[in-house]
Design a protein. Structure first.
Length: 261
């Protein structure tokens, strides 16, 4: 039997947004705008053998410059979940946006993994063009390069077994190398969709998100995730306050959501 994990979603930040801000070309749906909270999460998968963290949150500076509310910095958020950053064996980055890689310096020992497509895009010339660059921090991309030079950053292909029971799948769309992570749990597989699905409404009403590198790939990613979930996997959206309602298990605090025991 494959290794099984306890999975936690840690809410470390939040902001008030609106439907017209988050859904691409929202006017096309001919609906009035409405407030929509955007929560910011990263995720922990723990087994008796290892702890893997998926994404790392934004940095205090990266969040503040965009007006985001940081509830806890990355190390404090991990400790709120009973996890010491130095005890984390691996960090999987689903993509390179500021709110997913900014907390990386908290992890001084972990092996870091991300898709080669994602790394190559953001360290290449197109990633520096205005509509792409504003979603990243140059210093944080520099940190990725430094990790790569130090031999701590592993670049993966489109499908990669991170550890037994924990798999990365590249789907693209939101960013060129956007990945999701499927985790084996006692209650069946869980798909940590990250920004392949910010809000359940994207998946359930087929509504792409406003930040998009390739729209056809984003729709195709929705299709892939629907296929995966029809096989029984449960989807954990990347920024949706509904995660707390759908996976009601309370962790140590309200901001630590138990996805699976
Ligand atoms: Zn993103």
């Amino acid at each position: 039997m494959s290794e099984q994990y306890e999975v936690l979603a840690i809410r470390y930040g939040t902001r008030q947004a609106s439907a017209a801000e988050v859904f691409l070309n929202y006017h096309a749906y001919r609906e009035p705008d409405r407030p929509l909270r955007m929560d910011y999460f990263f995720w922990v998968a723990r087994s008796p053998a290892r702890t893997v963290v998926i994404d790392t949150g934004f940095s205090p500076a990266g969040g503040a410059s965009r007006g985001r509310t940081m509830l806890l910095d990355t190390a404090a958020a991990l400790r709120a979940a009973g996890q010491e950053p130095d005890a984390v064996a691996q960090v999987v980055l689903t993509h390179a946006h500021y709110d997913h890689i900014g907390g990386l310096p908290a992890f001084t020992r972990a092996e870091v993994l991300m898709t080669r497509a994602e790394y190559d895009f953001w360290t290449g010339p197109m990633g520096r063009r205005g509509q792409f660059a504003h979603t990243t921090e140059a210093s944080e991309l520099g940190h990725l390069r430094a990790l790569r030079d130090a031999g701590r950053l592993t670049l993966t292909g489109p499908a990669h077994a991170v550890a037994p029971g924990l798999e990365l799948t590249q789907l693209g769309g939101h960013t060129p190398g956007q990945a999701v992570v499927t985790v084996a749990t006692r209650e069946g597989p869980v798909i940590l969709a990250s920004d392949a699905v910010h809000y359940y409404e994207e998946l359930e009403r087929d509504r792409p998100f406003s930040t998009v590198a390739n729209l056809a790939d984003m729709y195709a990613a929705f299709d892939r995730i629907r296929e995966m979930s029809q096989g029984g996997a449960r989807v954990v959206a990347g920024h949706d306050p509904l995660v707390a309602a759908r996976f009601g298990g309370r962790g140590r605090t309200d901001d630590v959501i138990r996805i699976s025991a």
